[in-house]
Design a protein around this ligand. Structure first.
Ligand code: SF4
Length: 262
């Protein structure tokens, strides 16, 4: 079964493979998926509305005050929270008030749970906004998606909305400091693991120079029947080559985690 969509602004805390108990913040609408991509492997299923234009959907988006109140109430509870994660039913950085959301979440985290880290899981398309790019510096772990090395593969795997251009994403990622990249590899009819795919992807990593690259494959049902999982052995092989070729720390995540270079 695909993951059920979030209905409200908060979810969890849920156990995360990497970070312990994660309190999720959903800045997209409750009950439907609004995203600038329609990735073949998305565990939330197909994107209902694929766009970067939030104007027609603003009425469905949570307000800063609503998020802050719900968040503070949760922080005051006895729930254990190791990390606070911006994620949810689509792309959080597309919320028109995303920078203010970050300010509020960081302020309340500092007040109530200073040891909890703030994480962003983003598909990198919101980086078109300078304010969003600046707000990344306030987030402990800004994790940005880069699954492929070419526009052709981007269209096949990530299926962007018509406003999104791959070269713009790469350009903006290259201008950022202290970011983490996340890559999901898939096989089957739509694959991003051929030799030429990996060479193109590594070339971008070499230029972007993130702090780390986190690699995954799929581990839950996905909307496309044409894709399959990449084996842990193959993930290890890609991680090993990528570390040798780029000098960047590469971590492959599956049931048993492996780290190269950290
Ligand atoms: S960017 Fe994330 S939420 Fe959007 S379709 Fe891809 S995996 Fe799903």
């Amino acid at each position: 079964m695909l993951l059920p969509l979030q209905q409200g602004v908060l979810y969890g805390p849920v156990k995360s493979r990497r970070y312990g108990l994660s309190l999720g913040i959903n800045l997209m609408p409750g009950g439907y998926k609004l995203c600038s991509l329609n990735c073949v492997y998305c565990h939330y299923g197909l994107t209902a509305v694929c766009t970067t234009d939030m104007k027609p959907h603003e009425v469905d988006l949570p307000r800063v005050g609503t998020v802050a109140r719900a968040f503070e109430e949760k922080l005051r509870s006895s729930a254990r929270i190791d990390v606070i994660t911006f994620s949810g039913n689509g792309e959080p950085t597309l919320h028109p008030r995303f920078p203010e959301m970050v300010d509020e979440v960081v302020r309340l985290r500092d007040k109530h749970r200073p040891s909890a880290r703030v994480v962003l899981l983003s598909n990198s398309t919101g980086l078109a906004s300078e304010a969003v790019r600046k707000s990344l510096a306030k987030i402990d772990l800004p994790i940005l998606k880069l699954d492929v090395g070419t526009e052709k593969a981007f269209k096949m795997i990530n299926r962007p909305s018509r406003q999104v251009r791959f070269e713009d994403i790469v350009h903006r990622l290259t201008g950022l400091q202290n970011i983490y990249l996340q890559t999901v590899f898939v096989d089957g009819e739509q694959s991003n693991t051929s030799r030429s795919d990996i060479i193109a992807w590594m070339a971008l990593i070499r230029n972007i120079r993130p702090r780390e690259v986190h690699m995954y494959s799929i581990d839950r049902p996905v909307p496309s029947t044409e894709i399959t999982l990449v084996s842990p052995a193959r993930l290890e092989e890609i991680a090993s080559v990528a570390y040798r070729q780029t000098g960047v720390t590469v971590k492959a995540f599956y049931a048993k985690r492996s780290t190269l270079g950290a």
